[in-house]
Design a protein around this ligand. Structure first.
Ligand code: BV8
Length: 244
């Protein structure tokens, strides 16, 4: 592993407040396809508009439900990787570390990270159109008309408790994440293409308020120039080396 720049190490040693935004890239080494990787990305075989929108669910609830059922199984078979564990370890010795994720796979929580801010919801939770969140699959009401289970409370169709395109992010969670970025001494952007606002704006907000910006990504992103330090490589390799 190449040596890290001295300035980076210095900043990390002195940092009281660290904000971290993660995206699909941190879960790639756990076997979960990212969204935009040409070969394996979810979107390579289908477009967001066709699946991750309320309109898509309205148009074809079973197609959308089945796609998320497929992804839920992928997530259930996946395990956190060394990158997730490194961030959980970092939380133990940084006084104020705020972990913000765009991912819906619970892998940060399963690696032991506390108080994860999930901007886009969680694939293990479902809800109905009246926002009745239903955790236990055993409580889902079977439906053979549409082929999508219904809410035990109001019989409306269930859907993933996930933020789709065109839907508003959970306000309290987003505001908490934004406040942490504004106060951060150091901000990490890990495994995200930075293409989806408003989550993607958070590292930029941190940097605009004086944070030292670090990008961890296998590739260049269109936000790369915003960061003081770009660590090119897999997060599962870089993060454990950084959080020794
Ligand atoms: C909102 C949940 C406002 C779903 C996701 C037109 C209509 C409506 C809205 C819009 C519109 N135009 C623009 C918008 C805004 C819209 C948007 O961004 N659209 C896109 C298409 C441009 N945003 C929204 O709609 C958001 N809401 O704006 O609301 C509003 C206000 C009032 C009233 C109504 C609305 C909501 C967006 C949330 C969408 N949901 N996910 C699901 O999971 O199925 S977004 C989805 O993409 C993911 O969740 C993820 O969060 C997001 C970004 O993807 P990444 O995580 O970055 O993954 P990606 O594959 O892109 O990149 C992976 C990176 O990792 C790459 O850079 C790769 O190089 C790197 N990598 C790979 N392997 C590794 C690695 N790095 C390190 N190590 C490795 N091993």
């Amino acid at each position: 592993m190449a040596k890290f720049p001295e300035e980076l190490l210095q900043r990390l040693r002195q940092a009281e407040r660290i904000a971290i935004l993660t995206g699909a890239g941190i879960s790639a080494e756990s076997g979960i396809p990212t969204f935009r990787d040409a070969q394996t990305g979810f979107w390579s075989r289908m477009k967001p508009e066709d699946l991750a929108t309320p309109e898509a669910f309205e148009r074809n609830p079973k197609l959308v439900w089945d796609w998320y059922a497929y992804r839920r199984d992928l997530v259930a078979q996946a395990s956190p990787n060394a990158g997730h564990y490194a961030l959980a370890k970092m939380a133990k010795h940084v006084p104020h570390l705020t972990l913000i994720t765009q991912n819906v796979d619970s892998l940060h929580q399963r690696a032991g990270s506390p108080n994860v801010l999930e901007l886009h919801g969680n694939i293990d939770r479902v809800k109905c159109s009246k926002e009745h969140v239903v955790i236990e699959q055993s409580a889902w009401l079977p439906d053979d008309e549409v082929g999508v289970p219904r809410c035990p409370r109001c019989q409306a169709l269930l859907r993933p408790d996930i933020v789709w395109f065109g839907e508003v992010l959970p306000t309290k969670t987003f505001n908490h994440a934004k406040a942490a970025c504004i106060q951060a001494d150091v901000v990490f952007s890990i495994g995200t293409s930075g293409l989806v606002p408003p989550a993607a704006t958070l590292p930029v907000t941190a940097i605009e308020h004086g944070a030292y910006g670090i990008e961890v990504n296998t590739d260049q992103t269109y936000l790369s120039d915003t960061f003081e330090c770009c660590l090119r490589g897999a997060s599962g390799i870089i993060l454990p080396a950084l959080v020794k």
